[in-house]
Design a protein around this ligand. Structure first.
Ligand code: COI
Length: 357
């Protein structure tokens, strides 16, 4: 750590930040990490000022979307310095996405070093309040200029940062979610397990329509039968039915292997909860509600952390979950995870990469 070449910015965007109104992804740190792939290898990479980037009209990524990204967070730690939460998981997942999009893999150790050094340099951008963080957004894209549909020979990796509060305006208050019975995000054999722009592009129309109707997001069902639950797009989804924690499985390759999803499953195991990673039909969820067995629904994600769902609407039938209150398990997971992230609880599981300053 600390070996990456740095060119410091002569100006700072720090004073433009409204710390009481951070929102998500509105403000950016002063520096970015950049590494380029050419002639079959990645350059060493360096940290430079955040600035405009030029692009030719023929930039292949703009046309065909050969791009992947990640999301991870650095937290202000109560014992000084910062904690980056489970960055090794993001380094690995980036390379899973890379494989799907025919992008050359990035060295995981270098990825971790870049995250560390960027956070250290832009540490004044880490918000001080609990639940807030410096979100890191690694992005890799093809930099070739051509119009034929094929992979690029050259790529760029960028890691940028953004001081953030809650992803949803609702904060930790329950969300209203529309279960899509018309649009699908992905299908088996598609890109669903990769963190790539196409999956988010696929969500825009349904998401916009859902927002117009007062919903925060869309819950996606499987792309063939529109029967089984997949995920929300910005988060994975979990149900508590008769004290059993149920979440859709990863094996079909249609949903993202969320880091927070994995964290919750590991904590649930430690808590000796009954946990099932299994397919679940949306009709089973609504039936469980009608029989009084659906106790909680919540989303998990790096941006979303733990986001309780208070209402689900499917084919114009609405169900209210746990009286539109956050449930005890969602609250417990939120508390345990955020206290590890902020260094209030000992990091017994080695989930935190320290940034000392
Ligand atoms: C994340 O949780 O990091 C995400 O990428 C979700 C969304 C902001 C795209």
């Amino acid at each position: 750590m600390g070996n990456i070449k740095i060119t410091k910015s002569e100006t700072s965007k720090f004073d433009e930040i409204d710390w009481n109104n951070l929102g998500f992804g509105k403000y950016f740190g002063d520096h970015v990490y950049i590494s380029d792939y050419k002639d079959g290898k990645w350059s060493e990479g360096e940290i430079v000022p955040y600035s405009d980037m030029s692009a030719e009209p023929a930039l292949c990524t703009l046309h065909y979307g050969q791009t992947i990204f990640e999301g991870l967070k650095a937290f202000y730690s109560v014992d000084g310095g910062a904690n980056i939460f489970r960055p090794d998981m993001n380094a690995k997942r980036l390379n899973v996405s890379a494989k799907t999009l025919c992008i050359p893999a990035y060295d995981e150790a270098r990825f971790l070093e870049a995250c560390h050094d960027l956070v250290l340099l832009d540490r004044k951008f880490i918000p001080k309040e609990k639940g807030q963080s410096l979100y890191l957004r690694p992005l890799v894209y093809g930099t070739g200029n051509f119009l034929g549909v094929h992979t690029s020979d050259t790529y760029r990796m960028i890691i940028m940062s953004s001081p953030v509060a809650s992803y949803y305006a609702e904060g930790l208050a329950p969300l209203k979610i529309l279960v899509s019975d018309q649009y699908v995000r992905t299908v088996r054999g598609g890109l669903g397990a990769a963190k790539t722009a196409a999956n988010y592009a696929a969500s825009l129309l349904a998401g916009t329509k859902a927002k117009e109707q007062g919903f925060a997001q869309v819950l996606w069902l499987d792309g063939v039968s529109l029967d089984y639950v997949d995920e929300v797009g910005a988060m994975n989804i979990m149900f508590v039915i008769e004290d059993e924690l149920i979440t859709p499985p990863l094996w079909q390759g249609t949903l993202l292997a969320g880091v927070t999803r994995d964290t919750v499953l590991k904590l649930a195991d430690e808590m000796r909860l009954k946990v099932s990673e299994r397919q679940i039909r949306i009709s089973e969820v609504f039936k469980a509600h009608n029989e009084g067995k659906l106790q909680e629904v919540f989303g998990t994600g790096t941006a979303a952390v733990i986001s309780p769902v208070g209402l689900l609407s499917h084919k114009r039938v609405e169900i209210t979950i746990n009286d539109f209150q956050i449930g005890p398990l969602a609250q417990k997971f939120y508390d345990v995870i955020t206290s590890i992230q902020h260094g209030e609880t000992k990091d017994e599981r080695n989930w935190v990469m320290r940034v000392n300053f």
